[in-house]
Design a protein around this ligand. Structure first.
Ligand code: SF4
Length: 288
């Protein structure tokens, strides 16, 4: 339904995402990376909130800038963190606001769909737990019957048990999803395909199960080892995340334990073991 083709974009003159091409395919897609990797910026472009400086976001057969945005807003809904709920509004009002006027009777049904009692409709967000608030955010997104949810770190503020329940809920929904996260374990639950971003570039793409079982890029390996199981904290890898200027070699080389002189040349994405990897030494990572 959505495709990024050669997308470069950023804020002001500084590109944050560099020449990214990827499809939102069926079975869930994960965008994985640390803070500063460009994943949220790319997600905002998929939502039509940012316009690429070059390249295009395709929505079906049309670029997003030429698309029927009314249809798009019905098809594609964001799920942000629960803090995005208006603290002054009652839960039922927040959900009803997303519904057409003649469908507001569906609030109790939507609350039940996300595992909440309809009685909570009269509460305000501060009267709910973190997990309940996140369910309300999901109910609100589901109100218009979207085909795709774009979820930005939907569980990172929750404790591990609540996080697992929210993931169960998301996994059981009959809606496609793009999940933005730093946590490979979360992606393993919800996404058949994953793309790992570092410094605004895709460094590894392919089936999530393969990437989790055997990363082929040193950065993916560092992310996986930093978050061995479902849990809250962002990974502590090895320091800097900023982009290297284009054309000055592999963007990961200042952090990479496997860097060799060849890495002064930027690696292109290439096919390695059933996925795409931008690393001169991907084969060594796989056997290591
Ligand atoms: S290309 Fe070189 S520096 Fe970059 S990730 Fe691979 S081994 Fe490390």
């Amino acid at each position: 339904m959505l495709r990024a083709e050669g997308v470069t974009l950023g804020y002001g003159r500084t590109p944050v995402v560099h020449d990214v091409t990827l499809d939102l395919v069926e079975g869930g897609v994960g965008l994985i990376g640390e803070s500063g990797s460009g994943k949220t910026t790319l997600a905002r472009a998929f939502l039509g909130l940012l316009t690429p400086t070059s390249g295009n976001i395709w929505y079906g057969q049309q670029t997003l800038k030429n698309a029927d945005m009314k249809a798009f807003r019905k098809d594609v809904q964001p799920v942000f963190q629960a803090e995005a709920l208006d603290p002054r509004m009652r839960v039922g009002g927040s959900i009803a606001e997303a519904l057409p006027r003649n469908a507001r009777h569906r609030v109790p049904e939507l609350l039940e769909q996300v595992g909440l009692s309809p009685d909570l409709a009269t509460r305000r967000p501060h009267q709910l737990s973190g997990g309940q608030r996140q369910r309300v955010v999901i109910a609100r997104a589901l109100a218009v019957g979207p085909r795709l949810l774009i979820l930005d770190e939907p569980t990172s503020a929750l404790d591990v048990t609540v996080q697992a329940r929210i993931l169960d809920l998301l996994a059981g929904l009959d809606t496609e999803r793009l999940l933005i996260t730093h946590n490979l374990a979360v992606v393993g639950r919800l996404c058949r395909t994953s793309h790992v971003l570092f410094a605004g570039r895709v460094v590894e793409s392919g089936p999530t199960a393969d990437i989790l079982a055997k990363p082929a890029h040193p950065y993916t390996l560092a992310l996986r080892d930093a978050v061995p199981k479902l849990g809250g904290e962002p990974p502590v890898t090895t320091g800097r995340t900023e982009a290297r200027p284009a054309g000055t070699g592999c963007p990961f080389r200042l952090r990479c334990p496997l860097a060799v002189p060849e890495c002064e040349e930027a690696p292109a994405l290439r096919d390695v073991d059933g996925r795409q990897v931008a690393c001169h030494r991907a084969e060594d990572v796989l056997v290591g």
